[in-house]
Design a protein around this ligand. Structure first.
Ligand code: SF4
Length: 391
């Protein structure tokens, strides 16, 4: 190794370049400052999914349908399940929505959380329909008797309650006290709700502190982490449409995850919920925390490119969307720099004039005609993914 240069290509992959300029992968252990230390939290269970403690960081999302419409809600939940969503939240605004929950619950594999504002009766009725979690702020549901009713029903079924503090709906007295929805105001709001539940000896609690801007959200979680050991559900709320929302969520969640301050995550986008789930996994995998689906490395395209790589790459991504196995896939636009990257991936494509070469595990595997690139490459990736699954 003396005459080798080490360079980091991703969190775990280091290549050693020897004197002959040949590269070979090494068994690389990341330096200790790459090992994110999770904040110590209690563990709760949302249905079958453990949250907090040493449990894997769970990816969740929320349906965007009218819960009263059972058919379309179930269709959306199934798409979310397909994308790997582990916990699904639904808005339950009225009695009709509660009535739909029983059938939705029976036909969903993932645990469900009922999201309720203000009306404690909807919370109690949702628990009776078998939901696996509640999102309700006990300070907003009226008398102590109302809170007691919800806690009694939740305790009976050992169902956790998420306290969800949102900067847009803080209590008026806190807004006056702090001069606005500051992180400190959000923390005080959360602690007020926590106290109400603790006073009733209920500790199956999860907390979220969401603001639509990254810095406020981070600060709120950091302060709250000093005060409680309940698991955190993390996310940047109302982050925006696909591109700006993904950027905001990646920066915010990336920071919180790297500080060990998230036990479940939700990416909020003005986009279908399955997209939120996919972005969530991309964030986790970019930090080396959890992996799901292919890691597609595609070149940015330049004047050397001889094919319509944008179209090819989009089509490949679309057709691989349902693949669950984590394999590195490279899609490269030319024969100059393409083969290098394509060789390093588990499976790679380097396009040239009128044809493309497919590499598998660093070796040339086969070449394909330009009009067959997408069909043949997707076929090879799926076959490799299947073998990965069975090996
Ligand atoms: Fe350009 Fe080739 Fe690099 Fe793609 S792989 S950016 S086409 S040089």
């Amino acid at each position: 190794m003396k005459n080798s240069i080490l360079y980091l290509t991703s969190r775990f992959d280091v290549l050693a370049m020897d004197k002959e300029n040949k590269s070979k992968p090494l068994n690389f252990q990341p330096p200790s400052d790459f090992n994110f230390i999770r904040r110590k939290t209690r563990q709760i269970k949302i249905g079958s999914v453990p949250v907090g403690g040493q449990a894997p960081i769970a990816v969740q999302s929320m349906t965007k349908t009218d819960t009263r419409n059972i058919k379309v809600t179930l269709q959306q939940i199934h798409k979310m399940e397909e994308a790997g969503c582990e916990i699904v939240r639904l808005a339950v605004p009225d009695e009709e929505a509660v009535n739909a929950l029983g059938e939705i619950r029976r036909n969903s594999k993932v645990p469900l959380i009922a999201d309720i504002h203000f009306d404690y009766r909807l919370a109690v009725a949702s628990l009776e329909k078998g939901v696996d979690g509640l999102r309700i702020n006990p300070g907003n549901i009226g008398s102590k008797e109302n809170v007691r009713e919800v806690v009694r029903a939740a305790r009976e079924k050992a169902t956790p309650i998420r306290i969800g503090v949102n900067s847009g709906s803080l209590e008026k007295d806190l807004l006056w006290k702090y001069g606005g929805a500051t992180p400190e105001a959000m923390v005080e709001s959360a602690l007020g709700h926590v106290r109400i539940l603790e006073d009733l000896d209920f500790t199956l609690i999860k907390i979220s502190m969401k603001a639509s801007d990254v810095l406020r959200t981070i600060r709120a979680y950091k302060i709250l982490a000093e005060e409680v050991d309940y698991p955190f559900h993390a996310g940047i709320t109302e982050a925006g449409s696909l591109i700006p929302g993904t950027v905001k969520s990646s920066v915010g969640l990336g920071f919180l995850l790297s500080q060990g301050l998230a036990d479940t995550i939700r990416v909020s986008l003005t986009a279908p919920p399955e997209e939120e789930v996919r972005v969530g996994y991309h964030i986790l995998s970019s930090l080396g925390i959890r992996f799901r689906g292919p890691n597609i490395i595609s070149c940015p395209i330049c004047g050397r490119c001889e094919v319509d790589l944008l179209k090819i790459s989009r089509e490949i991504q679309k057709r691989l969307a349902s693949v669950k196995e984590h394999i590195n896939v490279a899609v490269m636009g030319c024969m100059v720099n393409g083969p290098g990257e394509a060789k390093e991936a588990d499976i790679g494509l380097a396009c040239g004039i009128g044809k493309a070469v497919i590499f598998k595990k660093g070796e040339i595997y086969r070449s394909v005609k330009e009009n067959e690139i997408v069909d043949e490459f997707v076929k090879e990736v799926i076959s490799l993914a299947k073998n990965t699954q069975s090996s």
